[in-house]
Structures are given as C-alpha cells and as structure tokens.
Design a protein around this ligand. Structure first.
Ligand code: GLP
Length: 241
C-alpha cells in the first residue's frame, strides 16, 4: 500500500487527477472505475481542467461507475448518472456510449446486475478503480455484514448510509432504500485501486480499514489485500496515522 497525505484537499484532488491523467497518457484506452459522493467532486473538476488544457483526452477511454440508486431515473438530480454527467462526463471528451452506470430503474434488477457484469467482463480488467469510503467502511454500496458479494448485486442501504447521503436529497425519506452496486470481486480485480478519503469524520474508519482486522464488517478492510492500493488522504482523514 502506498499512503499519501496531503496538506489540503486541493493538493489531494490534483494528485488524484494526475494519477488518472498519467494512466490515460500511457494507455489512452484505459478502463476506469469511477465513484460518486462528495469526495471525488474536486478530482473531477481537476480532470475537467486537465482536459481543457489539452493535457489529456478521454476519447478512447471507457468508464464503469460503482453504483446507482434503485428507483432513480437518470434525470433525477440525486441519481449517480445525473451526478456523473454534471460533474464530469459533459465536460470531457469521453464518448457517452462508453460511460457505464447500472440502471437503477430496470424492470428486472437481477438481470440488470447480470448485464452490468457481462459489460465489465467484456471490457477486460479495470485499469484504475477510484474509491471513496463510507462512514461505516462501505465501498461502492457494499455494506458491512456477515458476508460480502463478489458480483454486481442489489444492496439494501444501511440506515447510516441513507443518513449520510440525505444531504443530496430534499428530505431524508427520499433517499432510496436500495442500490445496485459492483461487488467486491469486480472492485478487487482492478489493476490499481485509488482510495481517496477526506475529512476528520472519516479518520477513525479509514484507520480501522487500513490497519485493523480484515473483516466483512468493514468492507474496505479487504483493500489491505490488494497488491496495488494507493491511498490519498487529507490531513483530517489522516489524523490517526
Ligand atoms: C456513497 C457512495 C460511495 C462513496 C461514499 C462516500 O454511499 N456509494 O461510493 O464512496 O458514499 O461518500 P462521500 O464522499 O460523500 O463521503
């Protein structure tokens, strides 16, 4: 594991964006795994700026997002499709047909999960998987529990997760109770995993995930086993290191 600590969030955003820029320069047709939530917004801004400066192109890249809420259509402002379009896709030159996000409104959710896994398989290995971290140790929407899933599946969201994500909705009740998420197998098969964590409220969980026991009760703890894990923390999140 490579651990990098940054004095402020902007330096972290820039460093994470440059990791993606370097990859795309070496491998223009790279497959990227992408995350949502508050953490990556600044990284996507830095990537947008790099594309504007013509430092990098996404024209031959493909992307797979980790997850999507069940029941939210793509034009719902809290859907992850909407988020990705707003924060990244519409500002860069990635072909829309190569941006993949599970369809949370599919009539048959099980089939949608299978379809997503087939797409992932057809694309080959994810070159770089960008991950954030939930307050309870979740990655994507792989929530703590007695067992974890390897494949894409429908996850029931933990009350703490719904509460943390309520800020993106008008009322807490509006937060969906389920989501489709990539499983641990797909996340783990990425060549490189880039885990980005910001803020003092995540200091305990990121410390536990990276130094504590490897357990399904903290899904991010499994990342300790990944051969190429890069961790980027701001000073708040790094308080216990
Ligand atoms: C959500 C997403 C995760 C994300 C996590 C942390 O639940 N499904 O992929 O990493 O929350 O989000 P934030 O960066 O907003 O704290």
């Amino acid at each position: 594991m490579k651990l990098n600590i940054f004095a402020n969030p902007n330096l972290l955003h820039e460093a994470a964006a440059q990791t993606i820029v370097r990859l795309l320069r070496q491998k223009p047709d790279a497959v990227l795994g992408l995350a949502t939530g508050g953490t990556p917004v600044g990284i996507y801004e830095a990537l947008t700026a790099a594309v504007r400066r013509r430092e990098v192109s996404f024209a031959r890249a493909a992307s797979f997002n980790l997850d999507e809420y069940v029941g939210l259509p793509p034009d719902h402002p809290a859907s992850y499709r909407f988020y990705m379009d707003q924060h990244l896709f519409r500002h860069i030159d990635i072909p829309p047909e190569r941006t993949h996000i599970p369809d949370g409104c599919a009539a048959d959710l099980e089939r949608e999960c299978e379809r997503y896994d087939r797409l992932l398989q057809a694309a080959g290995r994810i070159d770089l998987m960008l991950l954030g971290l939930g307050h309870n140790g979740h990655i994507g929407f792989n929530e703590p529990g007695r067992a974890l899933h390897s494949k894409t599946h429908v996850a029931v969201l933990h009350p703490q997760t719904r509460e943390a994500n309520a800020r993106f909705f008008c009322t807490p009740e509006e937060v969906p109770t389920k989501a489709i998420t990539m499983g641990l197998g797909s996340i783990f098969s990425a060549r490189t995993i880039l885990l980005v964590v910001k803020g003092n409220d995540k200091a305990d969980i990121v410390h536990r995930a990276l130094t504590g026991p490897i357990t399904t009760e903290c899904p991010a703890s499994l990342l300790q086993l990944h051969p190429r894990l890069v961790v980027m923390l701001d000073e708040g999140a790094a308080a216990r290191f």
